[in-house]
Design a protein around this ligand. Sequence first.
Ligand code: NAI
Ligand code: NA
Length: 396
Amino acid sequence: MIIEPRMRGFICLTSHPKGCEQNVKNQIEYVKSKGPIEGAKKVLVIGASTGFGLASRITSAFGSNAGTIGVFFEKPPTEGKTASPGWYNSAAFESEAHKAGLYAKSINGDAFSDEIKRQTLDLIKADLGQVDLIIYSLASPVRLHPVTGVLHRSTLKPIGSTFTNKTVDFHTGNVTQVSIEPANEDDITNTVAVMGGEDWSMWIDALKKENLLAPGATTVAYSYIGPSLTEAVYRKGTIGRAKDNLEATAFTITDSLKDLGGKAYVSVNKALVTQASSAIPVIPLYISLLYKIMKAEGVHEGCIEQIQRLFQDRLYSGKPIPTDEKGRIRIDDWEMRDDIQEKVAKLWLEATTETLPAIGDLAGYRNDFLNLFGFEFAGVDYNADANEVVEITSIK
Ligand code: NAI
Ligand code: NA
């Protein structure tokens, strides 16, 4: 079977095992090329199969020779259907880690559930004893609350008033106006329940209770701020409320880790093409303009460049970890540079269906989007039969 991208709306229904493997190998090579990082040796990554979480797992393993446990929610391949990309990524990651003599095991299931937390605690207990770094990198549209049984759905809505601005359908290149109705109180509560900090603190509490956190353990969750252009729908919208909550949770977790000398951080990362961000109106247009400028200035980064820099220059530089006035690590520093943002804001006003191919990086956006699913990688023969069952070694 030859696997081709099959698009529906903002998602791709197929993914390519060899291309996902190539993606993982490219990221591993990048991390190795940047030299060793004096980092954590036993790492738990929650949301480890794609995006920033996968990059965190790769950076830990191939930058610091860490043993890693990855938790994620992915679909294995079934009769006539490819697996989700995170499945292939994780299979490739484990295989490369094992070849390098590194411990790597994975748990596939709902990280919000008690059951998956239980399985993870048992695995740490049996294999690693304790962990010294916990990366929290979930991006999910829903959360079944383990205590109340309520199914919360997150939304991407402005708060207070209708938001109208430009957006692009990155498949067709059509730039149109989009209007998004404001959230109600339930939307806000639900989004905070899914993407806020409660589950992060539940994980850390559970680990601590069973003595699975090493002295000085660090935990990091990922956040986003972005420019005033996207503020109404992002940072001042429902998702922004969830990020406010996540950032506040870092302080309560740090308090709870005092006796261990541990610390919780939020790292504010750069806007990138991932499955999660492609679904947010306005953001794809912003990203296509941002990419154009950042590439021209020579400061463009993908997930792996962001996370490798986070680990090498911030978390494990040997110096005190620099934070902003709100205690956050800023690895979105290049995105937020005044000169970059001024240029993006100017292009924003000029962006139309006609001008965007020249002033924006639509081609780069599309390429990165296809890359998420294992397509468009150099060195992969996409005409070859790709009908293989791919297993994750530690999940049978
Ligand atoms: P992603 O969609 O690439 O990765 C999400 C991960 O969470 C995957 O490993 C997926 O399997 C896992 N997951 C989702 N639901 C799960 C569940 N119920 N149980 C277990 N695993 C589950 O997302 P991305 O973009 O890497 O986002 C990670 C974090 O980074 C999020 O907090 C996001 O807000 C943040 N971030 C993203 C930015 C972007 O531009 N993409 C920018 C800055 C921060
Ligand atoms: Na992730």
